[in-house]
Write a protein that binds this ligand. Sequence first.
Ligand SMILES: [Zn+2]
Length: 196
Amino acid sequence: MSTSRSNSSLLKRGFKADAERKSLHFRELLGLKKHDPMPATELAKHLNIKIITPSEIPGIPDDLLELLHKGRDLWSAAIFSRAEKKYIIHNPLHSPARQESNLMHELAHAICEHQLMELETALTSCVIPLRKYDIVQEAEAECLGACLQLPQKALFHYYHILKKNNSEISNIFTASSEMVRYRLSITGVLRIKYPK
Ligand SMILES: [Zn+2]
């Protein structure tokens, strides 16, 4: 699950730079250019993580399914393990931009090797919408998830070299314009002097 962006002070030194490197590394593994959009579904496939919606969970209790459906504005996505496999259960009713950032956030938990809850435990205790990691792990997933979606190199390329505006970058990367604005600022791309 995601949290606010105000916890980046919890990140250990070097985490952000490493997150940028990971983002580019996965692009390379997927045969993409450093500045290309990297769809979360492609990254999930590469990491062998299955993305499903609640109704696709085998054996999901009816009352939990109903709870997730009724509270559809209250939850975004969560990652679980079952046997050796990892699953992201996500809410397909959110906007495409929100879904993309939700998925990247959950993929980031897996890439950071955070301890994942067993799906069976989640099903029996009905905690799917309430799954929470500790605040440091949430800050890590928030940072890495955002870097995976919008690495600094990609923002530089589209903003300075291709002269794309915020909403064009949003469309290209399936990101909200708020997220693009935030990333352009936090990565320092806005402050870079580049010939117009
Ligand atoms: Zn999370």
